[in-house]
Design a protein around this ligand. Structure first.
Ligand SMILES: *Cc1c(COP(=O)(O)O)cnc(C)c1O
Length: 249
């Protein structure tokens, strides 16, 4: 039987073990700070978000606008922060800025412009806070040595590392947007530690130009320890807390 109480205790147990992993990894890396946990609720119902809220979760992540907008409306809790972590089309910017605290997947100049326009409209409407933006970095080059160029694993979205500084400048120069830092997903088939080491170097280049933009969003269920060792400040964890995602939506 799968009662509400069963689901609540399952979520509570999973949350406790992920938080324990995070603390152990932060200790092992000699970090005084504990990274922020964003619970990725994609594919799971709004009812789960409400249960997580009751367990003290303040940050949730979603990767599709339609699903996120519906859940944000259903949960309707102004203290809950919604983080948009999926690939984003410019024509969805108007919708996303109605509920999102941050966008972790800013990967091109046209999206920066679209988000800037959408936030300006929304700020006129309801005075919303600046939208926190993370530049998503494509780490698919991190596992390659010279000769294998083009033969490496496929990337999972994001801007090339060399394009990140200009995108960071564009975000910083856009009213209504606040540059938080960088984000990445470790590519399949690559050692996550090597990928996150590249992300740390990209982050350092951004921070050199924008000292306030030190956030690093990295680390999922499978690789949060490696991300914490490489300096992640925001973790995005889904399946180890909510369970496997349904195969078909
Ligand atoms: C789904 C997703 C996550 C969470 O992944 P899990 O393996 O379920 O922890 C993190 N980041 C992004 C960008 C995602 O799409």
């Amino acid at each position: 039987m799968n009662t509400l109480d069963d689901r609540t205790s399952q979520l509570a147990d999973n949350l406790a073990s992920v938080n324990a992993r995070i603390r152990r990894a932060a200790d092992a890396a000699d970090r005084a700070d504990v990274p922020a946990l964003i619970v990725v609720t994609k594919f799971h119902p709004a009812a789960d978000v409400t249960l997580l809220r009751g367990l003290g979760v303040a940050d949730v992540g979603e990767n599709r606008d339609q699903e996120a907008a519906a859940k944000a409306a259903a949960v309707a809790d102004p203290a809950l922060r919604w983080h948009f972590i999926g690939q984003l089309q410019g024509n969805k910017a108007k919708s996303v800025v109605q509920y999102a605290h941050s966008v972790h997947s800013v990967d091109r100049a046209s999206l920066v412009a679209a988000l800037g326009r959408a936030v300006a409209v929304q700020q006129d409407r309801d005075g919303r806070a600046p939208l926190e933006c993370f530049i998503q970095v494509d780490l698919s080059q991190s596992g390659r040595s010279g000769g294998e160029r083009g033969a490496g694993p496929r990337g999972r979205g994001g801007a090339a590392p060399s394009d990140v500084p200009a995108l960071a400048d564009a975000v910083a120069d856009t009213p209504g947007l606040s540059l938080a830092g960088v984000m990445a997903v470790a590519p399949l088939g690559v050692d996550p530690a090597a990928a996150f080491a590249l992300l740390a170097r990209v982050s350092a280049a951004v921070v050199a130009q924008h000292p306030g933009a030190a956030a690093i969003s990295a680390g999922m269920s499978q690789d949060l320890e490696q991300a914490i060792a490489a300096g992640a400040t925001h973790l995005r964890v889904g399946s180890d807390i909510l369970g496997p995602r349904p195969a078909v939506r």
